[in-house]
Design a protein around this ligand. Structure first.
Ligand code: UD1
Length: 443
C-alpha cells in the first residue's frame, strides 16, 4: 500500500504544466489498433492505467516504445482477437478494445472491464449500440465474446443512445469509423465530452471521416483503411480542475499552463463566486485566492457541459470549508461519496442522503496538530514520529479530494491507498511540492 503524507497549512504558489488527458489517451490508444502504420503519441503521462493499456496493445501484436512522454506504437498485423485476463480487468478503458477490434478483425474476446469502484458500471449501452450495427455478442464466465461482419448499406444507419455514455459513444465510433466505404452511421444522443472530440480528431488525422463530434449527433462515414500519425491529446481537464480547486481551498497564486480554459467556464464561475480572481489567456489559467467569501452551492453532476462527476469530490472539499450550506447531488455514479467519512475525520460536517451530500461549511479542517512534534519545515519527518489523522482513499478522484483536504487541514494527514490516486495523477506529490506544499510520498 502506498501512502501520501501532508502537513497542511501552506498556500500554493507557482506555475504548473498540465499533462495530456488520461481519459483521451485510453480510447486513442485502443484506436491505434485500427491503424496500419506507426503512431507517435506525445505528452503521455506515466500512469498505471495507460501502462496497462499499452500492455494490452503489445499482447495483441503492436510494438510499443516509450521515450520520455512520447509513445511510439507500430501496428501492422495483429496476433490475436483475445484480450488476456491480466491487464483488462484492472482498467475500465479496456472495454474500448471491443469497438477497435471489431472494426479491425471482426471479432473480439475480452474479460469484463475493471476500473475504480465508483458504481456498478454496466456496459449495456455499449452492447446495445454494437448490436444496432449488427454485432453478435454474448457474455459467459465473466467474458464478452463478439463477432461482426459489416455489410454495405445504401442508407445511413441511425443509432441512438438513451443516455450520453462517454464510453459507449467512444466504442461505437471505433466500431464504425473503419469499415466498408460508403457506409454512414449517425449516432443520436452521443456524449459531448471533449475527450470524444479528441478521439475523433485523432482518428480523422489517421484518415477517418467523422463529423460533428462534440455535439449530440455524430456522423461517421466508414473508411477502408487508417494510416499512422503524430498526435498530442488535449490537456487533462480533470487534473486542471483539481488544481484550481486546490488553490481555492488553500489560497495562493498559481498559473496553470497547457490548459483549455473553455473546458472550465462552469468551474471558473463557481470559484469566482467564492472570491477567486481568475484570468485566462490562450492556454493559461491564472488563479489568485487571498480570502474566501461565504457562498451556498447546489451542485448537480451531469454529462458535459454539466458539472463533471470527476470533480465532485474535490469540489466538496471546497464547500466543506466555505461558510454556508451546500448540497452536492451525484447523478452519474452511485458509489461516489466514499470519501465523505474520511473528510468527516478531518472535521468536515457532511451528511449523505441517497445521492446527495448536505454540507455545512466549517472554518477549518484539523488533523491532530503536530507542530510540537514536527516543526513546520519543508522536510517531513518519518511517519512514526508524527501523530496525525489517517484517512483512506477508495478511488482516484475521492483520493485527490483527500489530498486537497489535507493541504488545508491543520496538522499531519496520512492518506492510505495512494495507488488509487496515482492511477490518474502520477506526479501529484511532485507537482504539489513544486507549488510549495509540505507533502511526501511514502512506499
Ligand atoms: C468516463 C470516464 C470517467 C467519467 C465518466 C463520466 C473514462 C475512461 N472514464 O467513464 O472518468 O467519470 O466518463 O464523465 O473515460 N452507463 C450505463 N450503461 C453503460 C455505460 C454507462 O448504465 O453501458 C451509466 C454509468 O453507470 C453511469 C453513466 O452511464 O451512471 C455514465 O457512464 P459513462 O459516461 O459511460 O462513463 P464511463 O465511460 O464509464
Amino acid at each position: 500500500m502506498s501512502q501520501i503524507q501532508i502537513i497542511g497549512g501552506n498556500c500554493l504558489h507557482g506555475q504548473l504544466r498540465i499533462n495530456g488527458a488520461k481519459n483521451s489517451l485510453l480510447p486513442i490508444m485502443t484506436a491505434c489498433l485500427m491503424v496500419q502504420g506507426t503512431i507517435y503519441l506525445h505528452d503521455v503521462p506515466k500512469l498505471s492505467d495507460l501502462n496497462q493499456m499499452l500492455h494490452i496493445l503489445a499482447d495483441l501484436g503492436c510494438t510499443v516504445n516509450i521515450k520520455g512522454n512520447t509513445v511510439k506504437i507500430e501496428v501492422n498485423e495483429l496476433n490475436t482477437h483475445i484480450i488476456n485476463d491480466q491487464a483488462a480487468p484492472k482498467i475500465r478503458g479496456s472495454i474500448f478494445v471491443m469497438g477497435a477490434l471489431l472494426s479491425r478483425l471482426g471479432k473480439v474476446e475480452l474479460p469484463f472491464p475493471g476500473g475504480c469502484a465508483i458504481g456498478s458500471r454496466p456496459i449495456d449501452l455499449h452492447l446495445t449500440l454494437l448490436k444496432q450495427i449488427g454485432v453478435k455478442c454474448h457474455c459467459r464466465d465473466n467474458k464478452i465474446y463478439a463477432t461482426y461482419q459489416p455489410r454495405h448499406h445504401h442508407k445511413p444507419t441511425i443509432l441512438s443512445l438513451d443516455f450520453p455514455s462517454v464510453g459507449a459513444t467512444e466504442n461505437i465510433i471505433q466500431a464504425t469509423a473503419l469499415g466498408i466505404p460508403g457506409n454512414t452511421y449517425i449516432i443520436h444522443g452521443a456524449a459531448k465530452e471533449p475527450e470524444i472530440v479528441d478521439l475523433c480528431n485523432f482518428l480523422n488525422q489517421c484518415g477517418a471521416q467523422i463529423h460533428n463530434a462534440g455535439t449530440d449527433t455524430i456522423t461517421i462515414h466508414s473508411v477502408a483503411k487508417l494510416h499512422g500519425t503524430t498526435y498530442a491529446p488535449i490537456p487533462d481537464r480533470i487534473n486542471t480542475g483539481s488544481y484550481l480547486i486546490a488553490v481555492a481551498v488553500t489560497g495562493g497564486d498559481v498559473t496553470l499552463t497547457n490548459t483549455i480554459p473553455e473546458h472550465h467556464i462552469n468551474l471558473i464561475n463557481k470559484l469566482k463566486a467564492v472570491g477567486a480572481r481568475i484570468t485566462v489567456d490562450k492556454d493559461t489559467i491564472h488563479i489568485i485566492v487571498s480570502r474566501r467569501r461565504a457562498q451556498n452551492f447546489n451542485i448537480h453532476t451531469a454529462p458535459y457541459p454539466g458539472f463533471p462527476t470527476d470533480l465532485q469530490s474535490q469540489f466538496c472539499v471546497l464547500t466543506a470549508l466555505t461558510k454556508g450550506h451546500s448540497t452536492i447531488t451525484e447523478n452519474l455514479f452511485e458509489n461516489r461519496f466514499r470519501y465523505v467519512p474520511e473528510l468527516v475525520k478531518l472535521g468536515a460536517q457532511i451528511t449523505i442522503e441517497h445521492n446527495q451530500a448536505q454540507i455545512k461549511g466549517v472554518s477549518k479542517l484539523t488533523a491532530t496538530p503536530t507542530h510540537n512534534l514536527c516543526p513546520s519545515s519543508y522536510q517531513i519527518p518519518k511517519p512514526q514520529t508524527c501523530l496525525g489523522t489517517t484517512v483512506t482513499a477508495h478511488d482516484l478522484r475521492g483520493g485527490v479530494a483527500l489530498v486537497i483536504a489535507a493541504l488545508a487541514a491543520h496538522g499531519t494527514t496520512t492518506i492510505n491507498h495512494a495507488e488509487y490516486i496515482y492511477r490518474g495523477h502520477q506526479d501529484i506529490v511532485k507537482d504539489l511540492r513544486q507549488l510549495g506544499a509540505n507533502i511526501v510520498a511514502l512506499d
